[in-house]
Design a protein around this ligand. Structure first.
Ligand code: NAD
Length: 535
């Protein structure tokens, strides 16, 4: 391709503290509070990404063997699209919002919600979508009016170096800086007092981040991983399910946090599902995955060996794929039919192209195994009838879910994305990215003329009836009785015929009218039969 890439180099440790100081000072100058400044910065970032898109594609290829299509769709165009969306909406979002649920008396104080920047923010990226998962949250942090330090993953060094170059070319260096490094640099960064840390990565490191944030009570957003289940019932379209799950697991060679970690398939359709996976693999990679320009590689030898070990430890049967090449960090998409929910392929997050498939007797068993394997994964994927997929949603928990698809919800750039429980906390993307990096600051403004009304809040209180007077204005009466039933006011009773709801009241009125008509018809028949002569 002939694209020259910048060289990755760790940021000198001794520079980190002074850089952080500089960014904190900038924050207090209020430079980043100016909305037009933020928009301009984001627009410059857009064009620097555009100017360096060949470098990004090449860096992703070198780091992860990513093909052109995936690099453009999931990295370059993804973050550019995010910038366009943010810059189009930022002014609107930054405006003070009227506070909801304010009673009449307090409306005079004009309660509203201001969207304040948090301050100085640290964004830590993961290796697998190196650009998207670093620039994505950074775009949110810039939009929120913060100064930002980005620490990309050292495991995708080429992408990290290109990002640094892009930031240096386009962004104000007093506000936004890229710091490179691994654990030693992270340790120094984590000693600083941040106003927010946004972390994408493993749960293990997520705990380190949370502990480092605790002494300063720094809020943390954690985007972690999970052992995500896919469930295929006997009513599912197995051909469709197989292709959609293959798509989710072959993208980025399975190094996707929201792809399914395993699939639970009703035994009745297990063979058909496996056959469809085999056919699907041939369709996706007619000359085999290794020869395909579209199929990626493991990020490094550690990852390769970890996935290999999982596969070596399985007691299941490999029915498709299974080949590997350590020199190329290549692992073929591998379908394994397993028999044990405790199999090595179920115990850990594979973060690789493994497709373990476990037969189940019914949906209840699938739900039981899914919940037992991981109570709060990042995603759940259910294939089946509406009643079945509703049941899966109602009986499981997860950061997000896609019905009749693998990880589709995670591909919508403007849909809030995040984990729950140990798969993460907080969310971002679209408007949620802005909300993630601002403080919703409640503000009131008390006019002088209202003082006569407010005087009763001043002491002395003892010996007065100020409480009785004020409580009549301030506090609501319960609309429920001691059994927890709703009490209806007489006006509501009248208009809803005692049902409490307009439509239910209308329905009751119709029923009563129907009964009345029937009674009248009966009376009329009786009267007629008395009046008319019997034949
Ligand atoms: P990782 O936790 O190893 O690394 C993430 C970041 O943490 C890197 O920038 C790294 O430099 C830093 N780091 C590593 N060790 C550290 C330490 N001891 N102290 C301080 N910082 C440290 O994660 P990864 O290998 O880059 O990504 C894989 C994991 O991330 C998987 O579990 C995957 O599911 C998860 N992930 C989650 C999402 C999401 O959006 N929820 C996205 C991608 C990846």
């Amino acid at each position: 391709m002939g694209v020259e890439l910048p060289v990755f180099a760790n940021t000198p440790i001794e520079e980190i503290s002074s850089t952080v100081d500089r960014l904190r000072k900038t924050f207090w100058t209020a430079k980043t509070r100016n909305v037009q400044f933020r928009i301009k910065q984001l627009r410059k970032l857009y064009w620097a990404i555009e100017d360096n898109k060949q470098e990004i594609v090449e860096a992703c290829r070198k780091d992860l063997g990513k093909g052109f299509f995936e690099a453009m769709i999931a990295e370059v165009a993804w973050v550019q699209n995010d910038i366009v969306f943010m810059t189009k909406n930022l002014e609107k979002w930054c405006k003070d919002e009227k506070a909801p649920d304010i009673d009449l008396t307090n409306k005079f104080m004009n309660p509203r919600i201001r969207k304040d920047p948090l301050g100085m923010v640290l964004v830590i990226g993961a290796f697998n979508f190196p650009i998207q998962l670093s620039f994505g949250p950074m775009i949110g942090a810039i939009s929120g009016g913060n100064t930002v330090i980005l620490k990309p993953s050292e495991n995708s060094p080429n992408s990290a170096a290109v990002m640094q170059k892009i930031m240096q070319q386009s962004l104000d260096p007093d506000c936004y800086v890229c710091i490179q490094g691994s654990v030693p640099e992270m340790k120094v960064l984590l000693q600083e007092r941040w106003d927010k840390i946004f972390f994408t990565g493993s749960a293990t490191v997520g705990k380190i981040i949370t502990q480092a944030a605790a002494p300063h009570l720094t809020p943390v957003t954690l985007e972690l991983g999970g052992r995500n289940p896919a469930i295929v019932t006997r009513k599912a379209d197995v051909a469709l399910a197989a292709r959609r799950l293959l798509w989710a697991k072959t993208m980025n060679a399975g190094q996707v946090c929201i792809s399914q970690n395993y699939t639970l398939v009703d035994k009745e359709v297990l063979d058909a599902f496996v056959d469809q996976l085999k056919i699907g693999l041939k369709e996706f990679f007619p000359n085999g995955a290794k020869a395909s320009e579209d199929y990626g590689r493991m990020v490094n030898l550690n990852s390769f060996n970890r996935v290999k070990k999982m596969l070596d430890g399985t007691s299941g049967k490999i029915v498709a794929g299974g080949t590997m090449d350590a020199d190329e960090l290549f692992i073929e998409p591998t379908v394994v039919v397993i028999n044990d929910p405790e199999d090595s392929l179920m115990r850990d997050e594979s973060f690789g192209p493994l497709l373990p498939v476990l037969g189940v007797d019914n949906l209840d068993q699938a739900i039981y195994i899914a919940n037992k394997t991981h109570e709060t994964p990042l995603g759940v994927y259910a294939f089946g009838s509406k009643a079945e997929t509703d049941k899966v949603l109602a009986s499981t928990r997860s950061g997000g879910a896609s019905i009749n698809d693998g990880m589709y919800h995670g591909t919508i750039g403007t849909l809030a994305f995040g984990g729950v429980g140990d798969s993460g906390s907080g969310s971002y993307r679209g408007k949620a990215s802005f909300d993630c990096f601002v403080h919703h600051r409640s503000i009131t403004n008390t006019p002088g003329w209202i003082e006569t009304l407010l005087k009763s809040r001043y002491p002395p209180f003892a010996g007065t009836n100020k409480y009785q007077q004020l409580s009549k204005i301030l506090f609501a009466k319960p609309n429920f009785d001691r059994e927890g039933n709703e009490k209806l006011g007489w006006v509501t009773w009248l208009f809803t015929l005692g049902t409490g709801g307009f439509f239910r009241g209308a329905f009751r009125a119709l029923l009563l009218a129907g009964v009345a008509v029937m009674i009248k018809a009966l009376i009329d028949r009786r009267t007629m039969s008395k009046v008319l002569p019997q034949s």
